[in-house]
Design a protein around this ligand. Structure first.
Ligand code: SF4
Length: 284
C-alpha cells in the first residue's frame, strides 16, 4: 500500500503526483511522513480523554488547507520533522505506556498508507487501546476502505455543504460531494460511538465547527447527519471559532460568532431530534 504514494490519488484531489520525488501534490507533502508533535491531550471530548488523555499525533501538511486554520504553520507550511513508520510505532507505544486512552491521528489522510502499516505492526505487537482517525472528512471511500479493521473510532470534522463556501475557504470546491460519502463509509465501518465506563472504544464521533454567518451550512450538516446517519449520532457542535491566518482579512470569517448564533444551531440540532444535550459539547 506504500506504493499509493506514486502516483498519489489518496484523496479526492487525485493529484497523480510522485510523492517519492516531489511535494507537488495539493497537500504539499512528500512520501516522507512528517509530524509536528505528539502528546497526551486533555482538550478532546471527555469520552476520548478519560484520565490518561488522548494520545494525539499531529501530522504536518493537509489536503484541505482551510483559510481559517489555527494550526497553519503545521498544516499549510509543513512544519514538523520526518519520522519513519517504525518510529511512528515507537510513538504509539510511548503514548500507550504513558496511559493514554487512545491513539489519535490528527490530519492523517495524506499519510494513510504509512499510518495503516504502523497500526498493523503495532496491533501485532500489543497495541490494546483504540485508534482514532481525526480528519477533515475530505477523503475517498476507497482510501477509507483500506483502513477498515485498523481504525476503531472515526472523528470526521464536517465543515461545509455549499460549494461556494468550500471553494473560497479551502482548496476543495467539491468538499461535500466527497465528505458526504466519506462519513457514510466511516459509519458503515464502525457504527455509533460505543463507550465502556465512559471511555470511547469504537464508533463515529462527528464534529462540526460553527463558522460566523455560515449561510446555512451548519443547518444542512445537522440535517444530513439526522437524515442519513441518525439522531443517535454523537454530534459535537464546536463554538470555539476565532479568526486566524488568512481569515483575518476575509469577511465574514474575520469576526467571532455573534451572541446567540451558536445557541441557534444547538436548538436546531435538538429540534431535529438529537436527543440529549450530552451529544453536543460547546467547547474543547
Ligand atoms: S494526498 Fe496529497 S498528493 Fe495525494 S491526492 Fe491528496 S493532495 Fe494529492
Amino acid at each position: 500500500m506504500i506504493n499509493s504514494y506514486n502516483p498519489c490519488n489518496l484523496c479526492p484531489h487525485n493529484c497523480n503526483s510522485d510523492r517519492f520525488s516531489s511535494t507537488s501534490g495539493k497537500c504539499c507533502s512528500s512520501a516522507e511522513m512528517r509530524i509536528a508533535s505528539y502528546q497526551p491531550h486533555f482538550g478532546e471530548e471527555p469520552e476520548l480523554v478519560g484520565s490518561g488523555g488522548s494520545g494525539t499525533i499531529f501530522f504536518s501538511g493537509c489536503s484541505l488547507r482551510c483559510v481559517f486554520c489555527q494550526n497553519y504553520e503545521i498544516s499549510h507550511e509543513g512544519r514538523g520533522e520526518v519520522i519513519s513508520s517504525d518510529e511512528l510505532v515507537d510513538i504509539i507505544f510511548e503514548l500507550q505506556d504513558y496511559g493514554c486512552n487512545n491513539i489519535n491521528f490528527v490530519t492523517p489522510t495524506h499519510y494513510g498508507p504509512t499510518i495503516a502499516a504502523a497500526i498493523e505492526q503495532a496491533k501485532l505487537n500489543g497495541l490494546n487501546i483504540p485508534t482514532v482517525w481525526n480528519s477533515s472528512c475530505y477523503e475517498k471511500v476507497e482510501t477509507l476502505k483500506s483502513l477498515e479493521g485498523l481504525i476503531d473510532i472515526y472523528m470526521p470534522d464536517i465543515k461545509f455543504v455549499k460549494t461556494e463556501n468550500s471553494s473560497i475557504y479551502t482548496i476543495a470546491d467539491n468538499y461535500f460531494e466527497f465528505a458526504s460519502k466519506a462519513v457514510l463509509e466511516m459509519y458503515r465501518q464502525v457504527g455509533d460511538l460505543h463507550t465502556v465506563n465512559g471511555r470511547a472504544v469504537s464508533g463515529m464521533l462527528v464534529r462540526h465547527l460553527v463558522l460566523p454567518n455560515n449561510q446555512g451550512d451548519t443547518r444542512a450538516i445537522i440535517d444530513f447527519i439526522a437524515d442519513n446517519v441518525g439522531t443517535q449520532t454523537y454530534l459535537n457542535l464546536l463554538d470555539q471559532y476565532h479568526p486566524a491566518y488568512k481569515a483575518l482579512s476575509i469577511s465574514p470569517l474575520n469576526k467571532y460568532l455573534e451572541p446567540g448564533e451558536f445557541e441557534e444551531y444547538v436548538d436546531y440540532a435538538r429540534s431535529r431530534g438529537f436527543k440529549s444535550p450530552d451529544y453536543i459539547y460547546r467547547s474543547l
